[in-house]
Design a protein around this ligand. Structure first.
Ligand code: NAP
Length: 258
């Protein structure tokens, strides 16, 4: 896959899945704009990329703040003629019993995971309409396909991402813009450092046994990796998937099959 001269934006590119996707896109020749809250993490990724003479820059962005995202759009318009690829990976996740779901947790989860992707898709589609071409990937989750206990806000936000994806794909397909979503199962990233403790409480497990618990219920008997996600993202961004839009692709070792 050759992404030379392609311009890509990755939100949440400073950590986990977004980091893996950013490294992979840069490896294939794309210029990668890493838009993230945390400057330290994102700059580490930019440095890894530029040390290899590949192309990347950092833009500090809170995806939940529509004014911030609009300004980011103005910046992109001024600096780049077009945007080819956009990956919405920024997100948060909290496992906690339903009656501990505060209004604040609900609002924050929706603001970042769902409104954040809505804000970013507005800019992405606007930039892609310049050339009537582009490909967008929204990170949903296995929890966007099936609800699980103690996870109401997160599940609702990730179900919402699938609706947002389908609706955009229907509206902008005629203008050459494809919008797809990915539903990963468990991918061990920094997100799981705290989350495995919360999950252990939910299942009454030792936190050190949580990942083995997951592995044993997955038909392929392993967790997903950020490289697994990056490969699928690259395929869905590329022209190799030119007839695929509005889809949510499971990436879960067979854990769920619908
Ligand atoms: P991660 O390692 O925690 O990375 C998330 C990144 O998003 C971090 O760099 C974080 O920055 C950034 N972020 C958070 N809030 C933001 C905001 N308001 N504006 C801009 N950036 C923000 O998580 P991950 O595991 O890679 O997850 C990436 C995406 O995949 C998420 O959407 C997640 O829901 C989804 N997903 C993950 C899994 C999994 O098992 N890991 C499974 C299914 C779906 P800070 O560090 O500064 O907060």
């Amino acid at each position: 896959m050759d992404f030379k001269n392609r311009i890509a934006v990755v939100t949440g590119g400073g950590s986990g899945i977004g980091k893996g996707v950013s490294l992979s896109l840069a490896e294939k020749g794309a210029m990668v704009i890493i838009a993230d809250l945390s400057e330290d993490n994102a700059m580490e990724v930019v440095d890894i990329i530029t040390d290899k003479n590949q192309k990347s820059e950092f833009y500090k962005l809170d995806v939940s703040n529509s004014k911030d995202v609009e300004k980011f759009g103005d910046y992109l318009k001024e600096k780049y003629d077009n945007i080819d690829f956009w990956v919405n990976s920024a997100g948060i996740s909290k496992i906690t019993p339903f009656f501990d779901h505060s209004e604040e947790l609900w609002d924050k989860t929706m603001d970042i995971n769902l409104k954040g992707q809505f804000n970013c898709c507005k800019v992405a589609v606007d930039r892609m309409l310049e050339n009537n071409k582009g490909s967008i990937i929204n990170l949903s989750s296995q929890s966007g396909k099936v609800g699980t206990s103690n996870y109401q806000a997160y599940c609702a936000s990730k179900f919402g991402v699938i609706g947002l994806t389908q609706s955009l794909a229907a509206e902008f397909g005629p203008q050459g813009i494809r919008v797809n979503s990915i539903a990963p199962g468990v991918i061990y990233t920094p997100m799981w450092d705290q989350q495995k403790i919360d999950y252990a409480k939910k299942r009454d497990l030792d936190p050190d046994h949580v990942m083995d618990y997951f592995k044993n219920k997955i038909p392929l008997r392993r967790l997903g990796t950020v490289e697994d996600v990056a490969q699928l993202v690259c395929f869905l961004l590329s022209d190799d998937s030119s007839y695929i839009t509005g889809q949510t692709i499971n990436l879960n070792g067979g854990d769920i099959m619908f």
